[in-house]
Design a protein around this ligand. Structure first.
Ligand code: GCU
Length: 674
């Protein structure tokens, strides 16, 4: 039913089992710390499922012992392994003789690295890699690899499509659901080391003593798995729960409130991660309410948590309807000038694109633009604009496209990945955050295939330069089967699924064409309403003369927020990639695409191509029935049917609407909207 995620540990085929079992006959943990205990327990659980229950034996007493230990454990120290370069969280897995006995060592500088190594070792077996002669090392490139839960204290989840919040605030702290351990295991298996427990649209209540106790119970549960808890902080909390009249960050009483609040939290949660803040965006309170700046607000909080080793993650997703300028420009406009002014323990968390988690967005212009600040990435794992949990859309290619994008700020190769992992500007406090798609559904993510989005996010947070096809292959093998007759077609299907959604929802650089408020299904006609930049017509700018948002110097000039060669390319019809065409340009309906089609004909063909792709996914999935258990197969098949109907709905609605402006017939062979 999907509860086990990619940690299924089903028995290896008899033909391969013996070889693995011989190498994994016994476990020797070098210490007994809480993290070492869970590392040992996970290895035992995994091996028991995969190849048979391991024994306990000290390294060097027999062949096939797996030695688990940290650098300071004597059993590991005497092996003189090259652990230094692995940093705080990396691990090394090496086959070597101990007293002449074949031994596998999983070692790290800290116990948590050993746990990560254990998961990797199990993955090797799960994906049927050889383990007889191992010498591999891996260390994460990003320091804080976090999930952002948009979970409310009443257990509803903002933009959540997989049930209620998994955090059961009512029963905490007295009862911690055992599922919290499985949650921690799954995250640790990917190297995720932080979780923001509550919605960025935060209630001040989450900072009151009862909720701090609840968060502390979760922190205690997650701690052995290397996961720190963070809280979203409501900027006006000093007023709502502190009895003050103001939340002005320069007011001494406000500063004292936050300092005392931080001290109170750290008393309960000594390794509390810090605060995530959405300020002065979409009506949330913030320092600008008092004529102060993002720097004033962020640095005040940074001072409160700094002495405890905490960080402040301040979001750059800011925009206001009082600002008439192109919404895509506002984040950059508000933050760029502050480069170098934020405290060392502040991270500016930037969404991958400048609007809002669209099926496709060019990378956010803040990446590379603030070299003297810590700049973190915020991806959305939950698919707010991508069909929620029913549409099969593997987000690996979306994440990869952004991470591989070249900002050119320091010449060729200045990729977003190198900004995010700190390489480009030599930054150490690095962050990759994903808005979680996890809920109380039995399958965690609302669908089987959305588990892959959690998985790929975690793998990319560890290594932003990793290949997302390879990651999809690992996931498919671990989640379903190693049979290549399944893996190849399933992964091919996944890899094209995001482009298909772009095609049937918002082809050629269109964006924000979805229904108002819920963001599900087409709504290109949405206009009026409380604000222009929540409407589709604002973004498509369709009219008799053509379609698209002019962000070149003749329009909003958002292109000038990028490094000159990048901005110039986006602004130049001969250079801009067609996938971003209507993001940056307003063009006549008869504009010629590379294919030779007119813009109108090409648009229609993209919509149809998206629908055909989903037809193909339905066929592929039907053919994979022999390799998947019936319940999971049926669920995916049902959802693919929904997706097929809704892709058609998107196509038809979009074409019908835009045709009222283009006044052109459909290209030959295209069916009229149903
Ligand atoms: C989107 C989303 C909101 C969310 C916001 C944010 O606008 O629709 O639900 O609060 O992003 O990231 O802050």
């Amino acid at each position: 039913d999907g509860y086990d995620l990619w940690l299924r540990y089903k028995p290896v085929e008899a033909s391969a089992k013996g070889a693995y079992a011989a190498r994994a006959a016994a476990i020797a943990p070098a210490s007994d710390t809480p993290t070492m205990k869970v590392a040992r327990a996970e290895l035992e659980r995994g091996l028991t499922g995969l190849v048979g229950k391991p024994a306990s034996a000290a390294a060097g007493t027999r062949d096939g012992v797996i030695l688990l230990g940290a650098a300071s454990d004597p059993a590991v120290a005497k092996l003189n392994l090259p652990l230094k370069s692995l940093g705080e969280d990396g691990y090394l897995i090496r086959t070597l003789p101990v007293n002449g006995k074949a031994t596998t060592v999983i070692a790290a500088n800290r116990d948590i690295g050993v746990l990560y190594g254990v998961f990797r070792y199990l993955e090797l077996i799960q994906t049927r890699q050889p383990v007889a002669s191992l010498d591999l090392a891996s260390a994460p490139k990003v320091k804080l690899r976090m999930l952002n839960h948009w979970d409310n204290l009443n257990r509803t989840v903002e933009r959540g499509y997989s049930g209620q919040s998994i955090f059961d605030w009512w029963k905490l702290p007295d009862h911690v659901d055992p599922r919290m351990v499985d949650y921690a295991r799954a995250n640790a298996s990917l190297g995720i080391n932080g979780a923001v427990l509550n919605n960025v649209n935060a209630k001040a209540d989450s900072l009151t003593a009862p909720f701090i106790d609840k968060a502390a119970a979760l922190a205690d549960t997650f701690r052995p798995y290397g996961i720190k808890v963070y809280l979203s902080a409501r900027f006006s909390a000093p007023i709502e729960i502190g009895g003050l009249k103001t939340a002005d960050p320069l007011d001494p009483a406000v500063r004292a409130f936050w300092k005392a609040k931080a001290d109170e939290i750290y008393k309960e949660i000594p390794d509390f991660g810090g605060f995530l803040v959405k300020a002065n965006s979409e009506g949330q309170p913030g320092p600008q309410d008092y004529g102060r700046t993002h720097v004033d607000g962020a640095n005040m909080l940074a001072q409160a948590v700094g002495p405890h080793g905490g960080v402040v993650i301040w979001r750059a997703f800011v925009y206001s309807h009082e600002q008439p300028d192109d919404r895509a420009k506002q984040g950059y406009t508000e933050f760029k000038a502050f480069d170098g002014q934020f405290a060392d323990n502040v991270v500016i968390q930037v969404k991958n694109g400048a609007i809002d988690f669209q099926p496709r967005e060019p990378f956010h212009p803040l990446f590379g633009a603030m070299p003297k600040s810590n700049i973190g990435m915020e991806f959305q794992i939950t698919k707010e604009y991508l069909g929620f949990a029913t549409h099969l859309v593997y987000l690996g290619p979306l994440f990869e496209e952004t991470l591989k994008a070249d900002t050119m700020v320091k010449g060729k190769g200045s990729t977003v990945a190198k900004v995010v992992d700190g390489q480009l500007d030599g930054r150490k406090l690095t962050v990759m955050a994903g808005v979680a798609n996890i809920g109380s559904d039995r399958n965690w993510s609302g669908s089987q295939f959305d588990q892959a989005n959690w998985y790929v996010f975690g793998r990319l947070a560890w290594d932003p330069e990793a290949d997302t096809r390879a990651i999809a292959r690992d996931w498919a093998k671990m989640t379903f089967t190693n049979d290549e007759r399944f893996v190849k077609p399933a992964v091919d299907m996944m890899m094209g699924s995001r482009e298909a959604a772009v095609d049937y929802m918002t082809p050629l650089g269109l964006h924000h064409q979805m229904g108002e408020g819920h963001h599900y299904g087409p709504g290109p006609w949405v206009s009026g309403g409380p604000r222009a930049d929540w409407t589709s017509v604002y973004y498509a700018k369709a009219g008799p003369d053509g379609i698209g948002f002019d962000r070149t110097p003749t329009g909003s000039d958002a292109t000038s927020q990028y490094a000159p060669p990048v901005g110039a390319c986006f602004a130049d019809l001969k250079c801009v990639d067609e996938k971003d065409l209507l993001w940056f340009h307003h063009l006549p309906w008869d504009y010629r695409l590379n294919s030779g089609d007119t813009l109108w004909d090409g648009m229609v063909k993209h919509y149809s191509r998206g629908v055909s792709y989903v037809d193909g996914m339905n066929r592929t999935w039907a053919s994979l029935a022999p390799y998947v258990d019936a319940p999971r197969h049926a669920e995916v098949a049902d959802f693919l049917k929904i997706q097929r109907n809704e892709a058609q709905w998107w196509r038809d609605a979009s074409i019908a609407w835009f045709q009222t402006f283009s006044k052109r017939p459909l290209p030959a062979g295209e069916k009229p909207p149903e």
